[in-house]
Design a protein around this ligand. Structure first.
Ligand SMILES: Cc1cc2nc3c(=O)[nH]c(=O)nc-3n(C[C@H](O)[C@H](O)[C@H](O)COP(=O)(O)O)c2cc1C
Length: 190
């Protein structure tokens, strides 16, 4: 998104870039700090900050791929070479991945559901903050967000959940739009 695009125009056309189309460069350390700071400026009932972020980039992403492959082989037995490569590359497709981890927990006043929703808001805000800084992003979870062994390798603690892995980088790919719901089909006036 260029700086002279109005927010409403951006939102009208907003879309993700497929992970396979996300290449380098990724944001540098100060751009990333700005993106992550903006991303966490979200509605948050009770000011609990019921989420945290984990940045995966560089060698750690390669090592994670090896761990994912190991787990997948234990669970699936035989795998094709393409399937093995997909595991190895799971966190190296884009220059970096940011995990948005929901730390939602029972609270005396704030429903857990609302805490979870706030983590989703961080994910969408991060997509938009990336675009605002001239990068592209894609919000994924994939099986590694639901597998106990993978979660341990990813640094996700017991009781936490992955709201999203945001894959971030650059692209000039013209993403075709996907079908969008017609407003009339999902809207009623009470
Ligand atoms: C919580 C969540 C998890 C997702 N996980 C996956 C996934 O594992 N694999 C996938 O292909 N798409 C996944 N998606 C969809 C991608 O983000 C997809 O690229 C996106 O919905 C495209 O929509 P957009 O163009 O409106 O951003 C997920 C979306 C959400 C909200």
């Amino acid at each position: 998104m260029s700086n002279d695009v109005k927010l409403i125009d951006y939102l009208r056309e907003r879309h993700s870039t497929p992970v396979a189309q996300i290449k380098g460069p990724g944001p540098d350390a100060s751009e990333l700090e700005e993106i992550l700071t903006s991303a966490t400026r979200v509605p948050d009932h009770g000011k609990l900050a019921p989420w945290r972020l984990v940045v995966y980039r560089g060698d750690i992403c390669k090592a994670l791929g090896e761990t994912f492959l190991e787990i997948a082989l234990q669970q699936n037995g035989e795998m094709t070479d393409a399937a093995k490569d997909a595991e190895l590359a799971r966190f190296t497709r884009a220059p970096l991945v940011v995990g948005v981890i929901s730390t939602a927990a029972p609270h005396v006043k704030i429903p857990e559901w609302e805490q979870v929703l706030s983590a989703g808001a961080v994910c969408l805000n991060m997509l938009m903050a990336c675009e605002a800084r001239g990068y592209v992003a894609n919000w994924r979870t994939e099986w590694v967000a639901y597998d106990d062994k993978a979660l341990k390798a990813l640094g996700v603690n017991d009781g936490e959940k992955v709201a999203g892995f945001i894959h971030i980088g650059s692209s000039d790919f013209a993403t075709p739009d996907r079908p969008r719901p017609q407003l009339a089909d999902i809207l009623t006036y009470a």
